[in-house]
Design a protein around this ligand. Sequence first.
Ligand code: AMP
Ligand code: MG
Length: 423
Amino acid sequence: MGLPERGRGTVGSVIDLSEARAYVLERCPAAAAAELPCRDTTGLVLAASVVAVEDVPPFANSAVDGYAVVAESVTAATKDSPVALPVVGEVAAGAFTDRVLQSGEAIRIMTGAPIPAGADAIVMVEDTNRLADGDSVAIHRSVSAGAAVRPRGDDVAAGTLLYAAGTVVTPAVAGVLASVNASIVKVVPRVRVAVLSTGDELIDDGSPLLPGQIRESNRTMMLGAVRAAGCDAIDFGIVRDDEAALESLLRTAASASDAIITSGGVSMGEYDVVKAVLSRIADMRWMQIAIKPAKPFAFGLLATGSREVPVFGLPGNPVSALVSFELLARPALLQMMGHAAVDRPLVQAVADGGLPRRPDGKVHYARVFAAFGDDGRVHVESVGAQGSHQLAATSLANAIAVLPDGDGVAPGGSVATMLLSIG
Ligand code: AMP
Ligand code: MG
């Protein structure tokens, strides 16, 4: 009888990434909606549709600086034979005139100012010149009715369904929300992610390295990765390989966050404090995934009060931690924030120099540099060192090529590539 694959502190056999992802995503539902000021919602997902309750613009206004006229009264105007009109008023943006314009009159008007009653067109200032008397203007060009007039509701008409639930708020969407006075909107809030690192060998205080010590890097990287995914990151520091300290920090982290990311101490066969503590206090699944890097991975739920906080146990090797985050934690965090699209864009890229590998039963996630070629396709090349401890080379990658088990990709061959960023 084999070991059970799930449950408290169990260790399973090697599984496919798809199984690990499904397990994680099933346990990371979207968070409850909250109401936030629209200016704090960029990057978040709308939890309810938005219907405009106001017209934008709220009144007909001028698209240019110029003169409001009745179009009919300037039909004869040309450069050589301008039409002179008396200027009977002036209206700036934010102001208003109740002077009703008559045919044969002009009112000086600025961009965004309300169109005076009676006027039906604006002649732009470049097509006029103010006459020496100061009281009249020469119009050099005829205009048709409606010229340079922005009608009320031209951008948004009241009653329009602007956005469906599930829409991601971009800066422009947030601007539109403000423009229709949807100043408070229902969104799935940012997930608060506690980040901590584990290991007696880690220091981060800048002091000289003692024998066996290394500088901590995963936590710094993960704080950034979590923020780049649109989450709030909370730094819980380094915890020593000490059961009581780790348990206490994990419980504090759970009560202060919606998800926890640890790194280190999840390797197969290892029985270190991370495994001991998480197996005891959380409902964990310890996984070995048929991928390279990032084979070991743990996921579980840690109960705190009435909540269950997802715990992502990333491997300690920095490159493994990053790839593990990309493939498993980031999609789950995005799902918790209500995103329907949780994966990086996947394109078929050209591996100009090839991406060789050896068969080993695993899918390899090779860190590559991707750029658009003159042929309009994405081309990739390896960033070099692919060891799971070699973060410096990986730091130059803007994409990850997916190499199925086998001999890799020959020069010029096509390779599925996850784009992290491409410019
Ligand atoms: P572990 O999974 O804890 O055995 O760690 C695997 C490797 O990753 C070891 O070489 C650790 O020293 C290294 N490592 C673990 N955590 C970190 C970290 N936060 N920053 C940098 N390296 C780490
Ligand atoms: Mg360790």
